[in-house]
Design a protein around this ligand. Structure first.
Ligand code: ADP
Length: 580
């Protein structure tokens, strides 16, 4: 079952959402990391600006302290010359870059001034009052649109009381010049939070207006939206084209000059870096995802192809095993048919033999009767010779009787051998002996038909592959057929010959009328003899054909050129090594 999670669009959507989530995470992490670096750099910039300011102001502090004890100025309380003292103050002011240096008594009466300029409310100014208390006074002020720092140092008289005060007035513009433009937006605010010193002139004299907003001198309000991220404070504002709209806010207190330093550092590079990192992560994830997708698709396609292939193989295997089963069944049926055929053949052979025996029975009984009659007459003769006291003649008769008995025994042995059912495998057979036995077995039939036989038994045994009884049956059949064909003819001559070459050939050549239909003689039940008369069944040659073939030989029947029929039986010579 396909669930929503297994469907490809859902998976792809899920993956893209995960990539999006990851990229947001990477962006935030990268942004915070980059902000840390921006903050560190910004802090050092702010520290630098603050250090410069403090160091510069320190110079004027020390100047004020040192000049307060100047002998020329001290003399002003007694016999001093104002012009001389003012020349000293001017020289010192010029060397230190002080705007105005003046010396006043404890009542605020100016005794000497480097520029001749006398501040109107000197006696009430905070730095003067502080100096009167014996400490170093510092205060900010604006005069004629000019921002100034005023340092006041006391001069203690012999009694230890403050009798005079040296005031050094410093122009802030001089201080700003050093670091203007080189740093990020930096400003310093006084105790009320008003911007007094800055490297962005448009921010001068801005002061807090509550709710985090700032108010310009022209009373315009400038809002600030705050963001906090990873311990950093980010200001979103639209103050000026020269102040970054999205800026990291840093601050540092400056207790020495009673001010606070602030810096606004652009975070755009940090955002860009974070975006770049997130983009790289997204690109890598998308690339890997695409790779994974393609691989999965390919694997899927292969798996599908595999399933199709397996189904095909299974179908083919099923078809093959069905064919195999059918073939096995066929083989079994054939084997059964073959066995039935063999059985039928064996039965036919036997039937053929019995038929032949039936045909031969008349001749056989005649064959046995003849010696029996002879034995009887020899016995009677023997009795007569004994009666006449001629034992030698009687012995002769008995000898003839014994010969006759032997002949009868041989005939009976041949008959028994012929009738026997042979199922032995192919073995070594002496061709001459088997032919001789067949000739003897058919003797009566030949004599009946008055056939002249031309036959010479080979002297040495001639071994061929076959079976005694079955081969004898083939030869008996061929001799009987020849006798049948020639019976009543003018010439009755049967020649049996043996030729040995690659095969051993036995030929039966008769002088009969020849074969009527040579193509049909080996067909079962083909006969030209009177059926039913006990003459022929048409089985002899077909059985002989099967027998010779089972020995690995052949049998042929043809008409001879000079008349008559020739039957040739080709047999395999017995080779010991083949048999082995
Ligand atoms: P059958 O002897 O019972 O007729 P065979 O199979 O032995 O059966 O012979 C088949 C036929 O072949 C015979 O009927 C005969 O016509 C023919 N034939 C066999 N031998 C000869 C022969 N030597 N000369 C002429 N015809 C023959």
């Amino acid at each position: 079952m396909r669930t929503w999670i297994s469907s490809r669009p859902a998976l792809i959507g899920l993956y893209l959402a995960a990539v999006l989530g990851l990229s947001v995470g990477v962006w935030v992490y990268g942004y915070v990391q980059a902000l840390d670096q921006v903050a560190a750099r910004g802090r050092s910039d702010l520290e630098l600006a603050a250090d410069r300011l403090v160091t510069q102001l320190q110079r004027y502090r020390e100047f004020a302290v040192l000049m307060a004890r100047h002998p020329t100025l001290e003399l002003l309380h007694t016999v001093g010359d104002r012009a001389v003292a003012e020349a000293v103050l001017l020289a010192a002011a010029d060397k230190t870059g002080t705007l105005t240096a003046l010396y006043a008594d404890a009542r605020g009466q100016v005794l000497a001034s480097s520029t001749g300029d006398v501040p109107p409310d000197l006696a009430q100014s905070p730095h003067f009052l502080r100096a009167l208390q014996g400490a170093l006074g510092v205060s900010l002020g604006i005069r004629n649109g000019q921002r100034t720092f005023s340092f006041a140092a006391p001069n203690f008289g012999a009694t230890g009381k403050v009798r005079g005060v040296l005031v050094a007035v410093v122009d802030v513009v001089e201080l700003e010049q050093d670091w203007r433009g080189t740093l990020p937006t930096v400003y310093f605010t006084d105790a009320d939070g008003q911007i007094f010193i800055t490297n962005r002139s448009e921010l001068l004299f801005w002061k807090p207006a509550g709710d985090g907003a700032m108010e310009a001198p022209d009373l315009a309000r400038y809002d600030v939206a705050l963001q906090r991220l990873g311990g950093h404070e980010i200001w979103l504002q639209d103050w000026s084209p020269y102040v970054p709209q999205r800026a990291l806010y840093l601050s540092t207190p400056l207790p020495v000059i009673e001010m606070e330093g602030g810096a606004l550092i652009d975070v755009t590079p940090a955002r860009r870096l974070a975006a770049l990192q997130a983009a790289v992560v997204v690109a890598v994830c998308l690339f890997l995802g695409a790779l994974l997708f393609l691989t999965t698709e390919r694997r899927r396609a292969l798996a599908l192809a595999n399933i199709v292939l397996e189904e095909r193989v299974a179908a083919r295997t099923r078809a093959l095993s069905a064919t195999n089963t059918a073939l096995r069944r066929e083989v079994r049926e054939r084997e059964e048919a073959e066995a039935a055929l063999r059985q039928a053949q064996t039965e036919l052979v036997q039937a053929g033999k019995l038929s032949a025996l039936g045909q031969m029975s008349a001749g056989i009984s005649h064959e046995l009767n003849q010696p029996l009659m002879a034995i009887r007459s020899y016995a009677e003769n023997g009795v007569a010779f004994l009666d006449r006291q001629r034992p030698e003649k009687a012995g002769e008769a008995l000898g003839r009787i014994s010969e006759m008995a032997q002949r009868m025994a041989r005939i009976i042995r041949n008959l028994r051998a012929f009738a026997r059912q042979e199922s032995a495998p192919v073995t070594r057979v002496d061709l001459g002996r088997v032919l001789q036995s067949a000739v003897e077995l058919t003797e009566t039939r030949r004599e009946q038909a008055a056939v002249d036989l031309v036959w010479q038994r080979p002297e040495a045994p001639l071994w061929v592959r076959g079976g005694d009884v079955r081969l004898g049956q083939v030869f008996v059949n061929l001799i009987t057929n020849a006798a049948d064909a020639m019976e009543g003819g003018a010439r009755r001559r049967l020649e049996i010959g043996i030729v040995t070459s690659a095969h051993t050939l036995v030929t039966f050549r008769d002088s009969g009328p020849g074969i009527e239909e040579p193509d049909r003689i080996f067909d079962p039940f083909y006969t030209t003899k009177a059926v039913g008369g006990g003459d022929g069944m048409g089985l002899g040659l077909s059985i002989s054909y099967g027998l010779v073939q089972s020995f690995g030989g052949t049998i042929l029947g043809a008409n001879a050129a000079g008349g008559g029929a020739v039957f040739t039986v080709a047999l395999e010579p017995w080779a010991e090594e083949v048999a082995a």
